[in-house]
Design a protein around this ligand. Structure first.
Ligand code: GLU
Length: 452
């Protein structure tokens, strides 16, 4: 379903005129750029089939399942940007609100050349499930612009961000939908969005985005919160499996906002990080990587490749390195059946969003490799966002100890709940987490009823 030219005359119109989606369960009907149809792995079809399966497991009726799968609102915007050369270039952006039955939409904004409507729709549904899994009062949303931000100057990036923020401003807000950082977006990008919306509204609106700098309503602990949550999940699964932390060898795909802090956090717990990949390549250090010297090397070289004492490994061979724990912490759709078949690790913890394809998940299950799914493992980021938003709404900032204590408590309790239900339901941890999320969304949807 494709309604209207992207970005045409949509600004500041009444909500009823915004694009709305009414797909059938499992249908690929979200606004879709042609190229997404060429992809073998369609993240939207994958996520919607997982939700459908969870609905059947829970015994929900078909109407409820369709209602939960269907994104509530999808907005596609044209983002014209004046480049430094004086020329104007056109980009396309999206903000998709999947479900708001439990609270305002919540989810990051990514800038990446591969962004498309199906991907954003899938990630928005993941956010609905994730927020429900950790039981915070949010629905799910996601946004993105199809752009290679590394090819833009800082000024071009600011103009792109502000124009995109202006275009989605009518549907975001502290009580409607709250964006946050995701791939290739950071505290600076959040600051520009917050400023653009505050200028439009005519008053300071810190609660419109999370992941802001401390000086404008951010919170201590947001940076690194995803990695801390991943670490808590790793410790928890090791404990359940009766394995010792200081005997674990880990490989991490990604050395960015989530991957880099993980090297320190896991090393601090006695684990050895023996392999890391970034966009430029992968390295193998059988004796274990030192997080301080790696950070120094990265600061100079801009890549993990060339780290002193490391062997170069082809990027697609990272997960064949002898290891105990595999952590995808970069892009989605990377753990395919082929990668899963040759994976050396005996546990996988998903720090990235949607890293595993359906076939990849089947292979891992058939090999009895437990997977702590993204909607639980990487939820530390959105829990931190919830705490930041709560502080902004109250205008009262917490001490860092309180933040840390509440984050750890939420992650521990969420893991415990999923583990207990996993044993009761006798399905994978991913299927369990999705079922728990869907169950909570269904409860809110049911109790609220159907308008009108
Ligand atoms: N981008 C992060 C995620 O995918 C954080 C989202 C948020 O804090 O809203 O979970």
């Amino acid at each position: 379903m494709y309604i209207g030219r992207p970005g045409s005359a949509l600004l500041w119109l009444e909500e009823a005129t915004w694009l709305s989606l009414k797909p059938k369960a499992g249908d690929n009907v979200v606004t879709r750029p042609e190229e997404s149809l060429d992809h073998e792995f369609n993240p939207w079809l994958h996520v919607s089939s997982l939700i459908e399966k969870a609905g059947h497991l829970l015994g929900l009726n078909e109407g409820m399942i369709k209602r939960i799968i269907t994104p509530e609102r999808s907005l596609e915007v044209a983002v014209p940007v004046r480049m430094d050369s004086g020329d104007v270039e056109m980009f396309t952006g999206w903000r998709i609100q999947h479900d708001t039955s439990r609270g305002p939409g919540k989810g990051g904004i990514r800038f990446h050349p591969s962004v498309n409507a199906d991907e954003i729709a899938a990630l928005s549904a993941d956010m609905s499930i994730k927020c429900a899994v950790v039981n915070i009062p949010y629905g799910g949303a996601k946004g993105g612009v199809r752009v290679d931000p590394t090819a833009l100057s800082r000024q071009e990036l600011e103009r792109l961000t502000r124009r995109y923020a202006f275009s989605i401003a009518p549907v975001i807000g502290p009580d409607r939908d709250i964006p946050a950082p995701d791939i290739n977006t950071d505290t600076q990008v959040m600051s520009w969005i917050m400023d653009t919306v505050s200028m439009l509204r005519g008053h300071n609106t810190p609660g419109v985005v999370t992941g802001k700098p401390l000086s404008i309503g951010g919170t201590t602990g947001h940076a690194g919160a995803t990695s801390l949550g991943v670490t808590i999940c790793i410790s928890a699964i090791l404990q359940r499996l009766g394995r010792l932390e200081n005997e674990q060898h880990v490989v991490i795909q990604g050395y960015g906002k989530v991957g880099a802090p993980l090297v320190k956090l896991l090393s601090d717990r006695g684990m050895k990080v023996v392999g890391i990949a970034d966009v430029r390549g992968a390295i193998h250090v059988p004796a274990g990587i030192n997080h301080i010297t790696l950070a120094e090397h990265y600061a100079e070289a801009g890549t993990v490749v060339g780290y002193p004492g490391s062997d170069n490994v082809p990027s697609d061979m990272l997960f064949t390195i002898k290891s105990d724990i595999a952590i995808p912490a970069a892009l989605g759709g990377v753990i395919t059946a082929e990668i899963a078949e040759t994976m050396e690790a005996s546990v996988m913890v998903e720090a990235a969003n949607g890293p595993t394809t359906g076939e990849g998940a089947e292979v891992l299950a058939s090999r009895n490799i437990p997977v702590v799914p993204d909607v639980l493992a990487n939820a530390g980021g959105v829990v931190a966002s919830y705490f930041e938003w709560a502080q902004d709404l109250q205008g009262f900032m917490w001490e860092s100890e309180l933040f840390q204590q509440r984050l750890e408590k939420t992650m521990h309790e969420s893991f415990d709940h999923i583990w207990t239900r996993h044993n009761q339901l006798d399905v994978t941890m991913r299927e369990t987490a999705i079922a728990v999320g869907v169950e909570r969304i269904a409860e809110a949807t049911e109790i609220r009823g159907l308008f009108p």
